[in-house]
Design a protein around this ligand. Structure first.
Ligand code: HMG
Ligand code: MG
Length: 319
């Protein structure tokens, strides 16, 4: 990559010195793909992401294949990548999922709750309180086993069935997950309707209720082009964990209006411009997303991937 293709590094005030990218492409990105992606392709995707410098790579989900057929190969995939020198969190919807993950030696798991009743029903086949009751022993057992536990909360800003989601509703679910023992929270804007003021309001409300900023990650979808603006607002509030998906892959099979996650390349571009190091090699990451786009048979929606691959696709395409 030539210097003309990199943003000038100009720091801005009130931003964290480091940002940890929680890469979700192999799980959140792929779970929505209709055609089955071969297990070896998923493993190679994860290896290439690690090689590009990502240090937290969500690998898969131990759900019943009936719910997410694309991730039915979790048992086969995890051992193929478990020796990589990176953190490999996996999703567990219940005790059965946790059992399967622990049996393979997973040390980082994530439960996933909803801020709304409608999505709890659609995604977990439970009411919101029933789903929290399911998670309680799962988190307790995971902590007993020494695992790091992330608690996702979906629909933190809006819900396709219920519309705007009141902040106090999100705070209730977040504090419940913290009280159970979750080490980290991830605030999901599953359908991409958040705007920066709303993000700041939610973060402040969480702080007021005793949830410190350093346990909060943000998980934005770019449906309305707001993901980077929302990320910037969260960074200014002090958030330093940001979820993103290589190439902007993603969506949610249980929320039809969900589109791609914030693309990791777009995030790395902005952070690089702000002088915030992520350890990610943008060239290698773009090559990985182009490689994956070839496997999926359609171009990446990431602006940065498109802009930079336009400059020199041949140098970045790896076979
Ligand atoms: P259910 O059908 O009510 O489950 O689904 P159940 O407990 O009644 O079990 C039914 C059968 O499934 C039983 O088998 C269980 O043993 C089996 P049977 O006795 O009938 O033979 N079973 C399992 N088998 C293997 N692994 C398991 C498992 N669990 C049950 N883990 C359930 C309830 C919660 C299980 C279901 O609704 C579910 O798995 N939902 C998960 C859906 C999902 O993965 N969604 C996508 C992830 S969330 C997301 O994308 C949002 C996020 O990205 C952030 C954002 O963007 O907002 C995180
Ligand atoms: Mg998501």
């Amino acid at each position: 990559m030539t210097t003309q293709q990199l943003p000038m590094s100009v720091p801005a005030p009130n931003l964290p010195a480091r940002v940890r990218i929680h890469e979700v492409g192999a799980r959140d990105g792929l779970q929505n793909e209709k055609a089955t992606v071969p297990t070896e392709v998923k493993a190679e995707f994860i290896r290439r992401l690690a090689d590009a410098g990502l240090t937290t790579i969500e690998a898969t989900s131990f759900v019943h294949p009936k719910w997410v057929p694309q991730l039915a190969d979790a048992e086969q995939l995890f051992p193929l990548v478990s020796e990589l020198p990176v953190a490999l969190p996996v999703l567990v919807p219940n005790d059965r999922g946790l059992e399967r993950a622990l049996a393979l030696g997973a040390t980082r798991v994530a439960v996933f709750a909803s801020a709304t009743e409608s999505f709890a029903k659609a995604n977990l086949n439970r009411t919101l309180d029933e789903s929290l009751a399911v998670f309680e022993p799962v988190v307790a057992r995971a902590k007993d086993e020494g695992a790091h536990v992330r608690g996702y909360v979906s629909m933190c800003f809006g819900d396709p069935w219920e519309g705007p989601v009141p902040v106090h509703q999100v705070v209730r679910v977040c504090t419940a997950l913290r009280d159970m023992g979750c080490d980290e929270l991830s605030l999901g804007d599953t359908i991409g309707v958040a705007t920066p003021g709303h993000v700041l309001e939610l973060l402040s409300a969480l702080n007021e209720q005793g949830v410190p900023t350093d346990v909060i990650g943000v998980h934005f979808h770019d449906t309305y082009g707001q993901a980077l603006a929302n990320t910037y607002a969260a960074l200014q509030h002090g958030v330093s964990t940001v979820d993103a998906s290589a190439g902007g892959l993603g969506g949610c099979p249980f929320a039809k209006s969900a589109t791609g996650n914030l693309a990791t390349e777009d995030l790395v571009w902005m952070l690089r411009g702000l002088g915030i190091d992520t350890g990610v090699d943008l060239d290698r990451l773009i090559a990985t997303s182009l490689w994956m786009a070839d496997r999926l048979g359609r171009p990446s929606p990431s602006r940065t991937v498109r802009a930079l691959s336009h400059e020199g696709p041949e140098s970045r395409k790896e076979q």
